[in-house]
Design a protein around this ligand. Structure first.
Ligand code: ADP
Ligand code: MG
Length: 382
């Protein structure tokens, strides 16, 4: 693990893998926290008179249409505002235009290439860590800096791949994340409670098993709860469920897992909300209910360490934000170490006004969960 501040960057061309995977709605950035978190490393490279090439992914690219939705163009504009400096956006991930722009860069120029995952349409070259793509990107610079904590649990061409071809180091954001997570990783004060929610079911369900060895309780809300409730034979109506994960869920240490006892439901995803203990066949569970809030509060009030990933409901609609807000409020009053991680989770905490109430707001969801589990993150071991 080589640190950015122990690396000679003076006058070098640096390739920085940043995490600009921010929530975007109709071309507008909903939360720019991850862009702001990249500024320290970028400014440090500017101070070192570097030429700076930035790489990032945004969303998942499965079709040509996704390319319109997930272009990094709006991000280059926001970054330029935050830095008060021109950011040259190249709407390509490689090829002659990229080569020409890079060849003509001057010191302190900043270039942002298009979304690295556009290369996934081309046989998953980015996500499968294709070596030809990795070595092409590496050929553009002298030094590689990984500062994208949110993807450190992935071995992709734009992080691990490039690092195989260039002297590499970790940027300030990744270093800060590791330092903060280390505080609770090895010797967390007990009771240690993990709150899980959100929608990325299969990925995260597997981490529950390992985390349950370290945590005293795991409070589960969000869409994730419905898969577990269904596995227990409870009717969850039309709630979001990961059916592929049901058989796995049956093997979980269920005693440590605290599930919702009531729900905010609606007949349609943007429909009128009602509260129920028993979800009807036609209903969708969209937030935890008030009894669940009380139940979760009773556990949190006794805790000394809290790690939270995943909103408690479909928070994009204000009707289903209450559970998430309630937990923010409870945690803000506690004298416990509290870390929240994940793109949506961090965005909720910040937008709901609780940024300063948490010990640390991590930019990584899956990455921080895997790190806490004790797994080695390929993007950190470069
Ligand atoms: P993070 O980005 O913090 O890691 P995830 O991406 O796993 O979190 O989950 C966030 C998503 O989960 C949000 O889009 C939110 O609307 C969705 N979600 C949470 N609860 C529900 C639910 N009950 N039904 C549908 N979607 C939900
Ligand atoms: Mg998310």
């Amino acid at each position: 693990m080589i640190r950015i501040d122990e690396t000679n960057l003076r006058n070098k061309t640096v390739i920085i893998r940043v995490d600009f995977n921010v929530p975007i709605k109709d071309g507008v950035i909903v939360d720019d926290n991850r862009i702001k978190e990249s500024l320290k490393t970028i400014n440090y490279c500017l101070d070192n008179n570097c030429k700076i090439i930035l790489l990032s992914h945004l969303g998942k690219i499965k079709t040509e249409e996704d390319k319109v939705k997930y272009s990094l163009k709006p991000i280059s504009i926001r970054l330029s505002e935050l830095l008060n400096k021109e950011v040259i956006f190249i709407p390509e991930t490689r090829g002659k235009i990229v080569d020409d722009v890079v060849k003509n860069m001057k010191n302190k120029d900043i270039v942002l290439l298009e979304n690295t995952r556009f290369e996934d349409l081309n046989g998953k070259l980015e996500s499968s860590c294709d070596d030809t793509l990795s070595s092409y990107w590496a050929s553009l610079g002298d030094i590689f800096i990984n500062d994208a904590f949110g993807t450190c649990h992935r071995k992709h061409a734009s992080n691990v791949g490039i690092s195989k071809h260039l002297p590499s180091c970790l940027g300030f954001l990744v270093l800060k994340e590791i330092e903060e997570l280390d505080k609770i990783k090895n010797n967390p004060s007990h009771p240690f409670i993990i709150i899980l929610g959100g929608s990325k079911l299969s990925d995260k369900l597997k981490t529950i098993e390992n985390l349950s060895k370290k945590a005293d309780y795991i409070l589960v809300g969000g869409a994730m709860a419905y898969t577990i409730l269904k596995a227990k034979g409870i009717n969850v109506g039309k709630s979001l469920v990961d059916d592929d994960a049901i058989s796995f869920v049956k093997t979980l240490p269920i005693k440590k897992i605290i599930l919702p006892v009531d729900h905010v439901v609606a007949l349609e995803i943007d429909g009128t909300r009602t509260i129920t203990k028993n979800i009807g066949d036609e209903e969708i569970g969209l937030d935890i209910g008030p009894e669940t809030e009380k139940l979760f509060k009773s556990y949190l009030e006794k805790s000394k360490t809290i790690f939270w990933n995943g909103p408690m409901g479909y928070y994009e609609n204000p009707s289903y934000q209450e559970g998430t807000k309630f937990l923010c409020e409870v945690i803000s009053k506690l004298d416990a170490t509290s870390i929240v991680g994940g793109g949506d989770s961090a965005s909720c905490v910040i937008n709901m006004g609780y940024k300063d109430k948490f010990t640390h707001i991590s930019t990584g969801g899956g990455a921080s969960l895997e790190y806490l589990e004790g797994k080695e993150l390929p993007g950190v071991n470069i």
